[in-house]
Design a protein around this ligand. Structure first.
Ligand SMILES: [Zn+2]
Length: 230
């Protein structure tokens, strides 16, 4: 059953592994942020029905990034709605870059993912009475996006920062330096809530993002130390 986590934003937390999905409802358009792993398809459909969203009612699917646990259900719904992603993420999908996507590790075909809208930093998505600002925050991957609801100041963080300030790992296309820069940028925003792709919600965004910056910077210092001593 979806849970309302901010005004007109519901979280779908499925039984199986994979990222949370978020339903964002405006007056004219309804968006889903991330779709989870393919095993979650039935749960996702049932949760959308519980949220009074019938087949074909979904206007837009936005992916925070291209890792399989966030895009696994895309192919089942991409014919019915537009799919949006950062252009760095989009190009990895349409070229079937499985070093980044990790589809085969989940027994899934890497081909066939479609992206309709190739997003850039600061793009604005107007759902009618609810505007979502797209923030390009590379680090975890090069094409990672955060979605800021400008009315509630809730930030859908994907894998950039989790509750209690836990950062994610740096994957094939990612960069530790860019990760630290992205977190520093996010720290400057006025935020009320963090809605991560995994785990709990955070009601203390400033403190949690600051903790994540510290962890990532410590990792960078250790890396530098290793390079000097090795
Ligand atoms: Zn990821």
């Amino acid at each position: 059953m979806p849970e309302e986590v901010a005004e007109d934003i519901q979280r779908i937390e499925t039984e199986k592994s994979g990222a949370h999905a978020y339903i964002v409802q405006g007056e004219r358009r309804t968006a889903l942020v991330d779709s989870g792993v393919h095993e979650n398809l039935d749960d996702l459909k049932s949760d959308l029905r519980d949220a009074d969203i019938e087949h074909g009612d979904l206007d837009l699917l936005i992916n925070t990034h291209e890792h399989y646990d966030h895009i696994g259900v895309n192919k089942a719904i991409q014919e019915d709605c537009l799919v949006a992603a950062h252009r760095y993420s989009a190009v990895k999908r349409v070229t079937g870059d499985d070093d980044v996507l990790k589809c085969r590790a989940h027994g899934q075909d890497v081909s066939g993912y479609e992206v309709d809208l190739w997003l850039e930093n600061n793009a604005l998505i107007d759902l009618g009475g609810k505007r979502l600002k797209v923030l390009h925050t590379p680090g975890h991957t090069s094409g990672s996006l955060r979605i800021l609801d400008t009315s509630t100041r809730a930030l859908i963080t994907g894998d950039t920062v989790f509750a209690a300030g836990t950062p994610s790992d740096i994957y094939t296309s990612g960069s530790q330096g860019e990760y630290a820069n992205s977190l520093r940028r996010l720290h400057n925003f006025r935020l009320e809530t963090l809605l991560p792709g995994h785990g709990w919600i955070s009601d203390d965004p400033k403190e949690d993002i600051a903790a994540a910056i510290e962890t990532v910077e410590e990792g960078m210092a250790t890396e530098r130390g290793n390079r000097i001593t090795n």
